[in-house]
Each structure stands twice: as C-alpha cells, then as structure tokens.
Design a binder for this molecule. Structure first.
Ligand code: FIX
Ligand code: ZN
Length: 415
C-alpha cells in the first residue's frame, strides 16, 4: 500500500491501471458468433460505417446520397478509402478510428488497401472476436437485441447463444415509438394486442417484453428517444411506457436505459448516417426518476447542451446512472469535457464511456481513443488531492478505475 507522491509516478500508475483494466462495454451493436450475418467485422465494414458514409457524402458530387448508400460493400469501402484516405487525410475522429483499429489489429502497411484486406482474409469469427477483445482489453459487452428482427429471434428461439462475453439488452424502440406499425407484428407473434391501445393491450405488451427479456437474459431494456421526448403526456409512447414498459421492468427488476436526443432521418436517404441531434428537455427524465423511485434508469444524452443538466440530475437521483459519450459527443474534445464534468460532480458513480461499436473491430479504436482521455482526467483530479497532501495508493487507483470501467454499472444494476 505505498503512496504515490510525484506527478510522474501518478501518471505512470494511472496509465498502467487504465490500460490494464479490462472494460465492460455497456452499449454496443455487435453480436456474438452465433448470430451469423448480424456480426459485422473486418476492414470493409469498418470503412462503410455510417459515420464515414456521412463524411464521404460531403465530399463527392457524382453520386446521390441514395446511390452512395446503395453501393455494394466492396465498391462502397473502396470509395470511402479513396475519398477519405487518399484524396485527403483521415483527420476526423471516425476516419482516424479506422487507422487505430487496423494498426491495433496487426496491419503493418497501413497505406496499402490490399495489405489491409489481406490481414483479415481467412480469419474465422471466433479468432476475430478473440483478437479484438484482446486488443481492446474488453472483458464483456452488452449487445442491442431486437426480438422483432427475424434473424435474431431465430437464434434466441433455437437457444444458440453461447458466448458468455456477450450480454443482452432488450431494445424496444419500435414498440414505444412506432406502435401503429409494430402492433401487427406482436399479433403475429401470438400476443392479443390492439392498435388502439385498449386497456387489455398493455399487459400483453408487458408479457411480450418479459418473455423476451427472460429469453435473452437481458441486463436492461433500452430505447433511444427523440429530443422531443416529454413526460408526462397523453401520447401512445407515454402510455406504453407507463402501463407496459415500466411494469415489465419492475417485474424483471431491470433498469430502463434512455438514450435521449436523437433527431432521426434528417436526411432519410443517408439512412443511419442521416440521423441528427436535438436539444432535449430533461424534465421528462426528472419526472420518471421522481415518480418511480423503485425503478432504475440508465441515461445518456446526445446533445452537448444537455450534458451538464444530465450530470446535475444524476446527482439528485440514486436511481439514475449516467453513461457514455454517445455518438456525436464521442469526439476527444467533447469526451474530455464531459468526463471531467462528471468526475467533478459524481466522483466515480457513473460509467464514462461505452463504444457503440457496430463493427467488431471498432472496439479496438473506441477504447484506445478513450483510455488516454480518462488517464488525463484522473491525473488532474488525483493531482489536486496530492497538492493538499492526500496521496493515493496504486490499490486505490485500481479500485476507482475498476468502478469507472464497469464496476459501478454492475453495482447499480445489481449484477
Ligand atoms: O440508437 C442507438 O443506439 C445509436 O447508437 C445508433 O442508432 C446510431 O446509429 C449509432 O450507431 C451511434 O453511434
Ligand atoms: Zn447505439
């Protein structure tokens, strides 16, 4: 239990600890091997990530956005490489991320497209997963699971899920946000629900959710919400949330994750790359935390302008756990700001980052880019303590970092 007394020793200890602690990644869109084609992996998938499609769309004029996103994978990946890596330097966070991922996964000639493809040729899914988890130092991930996706449902129904590093989260966006279109699909699955949300429909929706959450062993239920999300109000979403989703979460004793602030399909032709951001009114979150003190909520917000308010809310409610720098906030300058802000008001009682990886290989860059930011923020905070004669030990730093990289989340959800 030796105390750390100098800035240099502090830097070395914090860096070793942050690099050496295996992370629990609490929100991703990747899948384990059993889900077959749903597991996206490899350099072409990295290049056609919707972040990079949006950036490519800005610098071309020979293809419409529709034509760009409709290109077959190989042509689309080459197009992105040409435009963002050959015609200009990959300075953006997403473009840089591909370089980091490829290098961390063993590509030596990073300027050669053929060498990049060759590095991954013949790698089995199992080998690829092991390689990426090792390179990213990730111990487990939480997936985003949609029971209304037939490919996915088939895997769950057949009991094929095996890999203990992959946990489930039950995603409920279509039920909550597009009930009229989703209703028929629940009917087809054998649930006696009604498009007009009759009183008898709510317990049936709740049964659908509890059946699927149990089948998946879901750690939480999740929804991404528009910036216009309001509670309380008399809308289908608010009624389904109140009368079906929250009762189901209560029965299962699992949190509801709310990802607030997306403005879907600002440019619909770009599909996922065409989504945007809006400033939300977080009094809806405050209302839920206050009215449902026995219910746990996870929260991440998309707008930079909502971050401070979200931290203040998390200070008030012990049933609210703040996580991640989501999507448009996952840029080093903003991550640093948000992480320092959260440490300053929440100590270690939050989860500073998730990867949101859609492609397996992205785990390698998202965590490689985050770790140095966490090191810097922690050194600043421990440094302030050292200035006043409070010297941390390595064991204390390890404990704190474990909390931040998954431990506090596990405590919060009770796993
Ligand atoms: O809703 C979500 O979970 C978002 O993270 C995604 O839909 C989004 O497209 C994304 O990939 C952000 O990183
Ligand atoms: Zn996501």
């Amino acid at each position: 239990m030796s105390e750390i007394r100098t800035p240099a020793a502090l830097e070395a200890a914090v860096r070793a600890c942050v690099e050496g602690t295996a992370v629990l990644d609490i929100h991703t869109h990747i899948y384990e091997e059993a889900f077959g084609p749903l597991l996206l992996r490899g350099p072409e998938e990295l290049l056609i990530y919707h972040y990079l499609q949006a950036e490519t769309n800005r610098v071309i004029d020979d293809l419409t956005p529709q034509a760009l996103v409709a290109l077959p994978r190989e042509a689309a990946a080459r197009q992105v490489w040409r435009e963002l890596y050959e015609a200009r330097s990959p300075l953006s966070e997403a473009a840089r991320g591909v370089i980091t991922a490829l290098r961390r996964l063993g590509v030596s000639d990073i300027r050669s497209y053929e060498a990049i493809l060759a590095r991954f040729a013949g790698l089995s899914a199992a080998e690829h997963i092991d390689l990426v988890f090792r390179a990213a130092n990730v111990r487990a991930v939480i997936m985003t699971n949609d029971p209304l996706n037939p490919t996915e449902a088939g895997v769950w129904m057949a009991g094929q899920k095996r890999d203990r590093r992959f946990h489930a989260a039950l995603r409920i966006d279509p039920i909550l946000l597009d009930w009229r279109a989703t209703c028929e699909r629940l009917v087809a699955a054998g649930y006696a629900v009604d498009r007009d949300l009759t009183a008898a429909t709510y317990p049936q929706i709740a049964r659908f959710l509890t059946d699927w959450a149990r089948r998946m062993g879901a750690v939480y239920m999740a929804v991404s919400l528009p910036h216009t999300f309001t509670m309380p109000e008399d809308s289908p979403a608010a009624r389904i949330l109140t009368h079906a989703v929250l009762p189901a979460c209560r029965e299962l004793e699992i949190p509801l994750a709310m990802m607030v602030g997306v403005r879907r399909r600002v440019v619909p032709e770009l599909r996922d790359g065409g989504d945007g951001v809006g400033r939300a009114d977080l009094s809806a979150v405050a209302y839920l935390c206050r009215e449902y003190p026995g219910q746990k909520f996870l929260l991440t917000v998309l707008s930079r302008e909502n971050q401070h308010e979200a931290v203040v809310l998390a200070r008030k409610f012990r049933n609210l756990h703040l996580f991640g720098c989501w999507w448009f906030t996952n840029n080093p300058s903003i991550v640093e700001e948000i992480t320092r802000e959260r440490l300053e008001m929440l100590g270690t009682s939050f989860t500073p980052q998730h990867s949101d990886a859609r492609v397996l290989d992205q785990l390698a860059y998202k965590w490689a880019h985050f770790r140095p930011i966490l090191v810097k923020a922690l050194c600043e905070k421990y440094g302030y303590l050292m200035d006043e004669g409070w010297y941390p030990t390595e064991e204390e730093i390890e404990r704190d970092v474990r909390l931040l990289l998954g431990g506090e989340f596990e405590r919060f959800v009770g796993r």
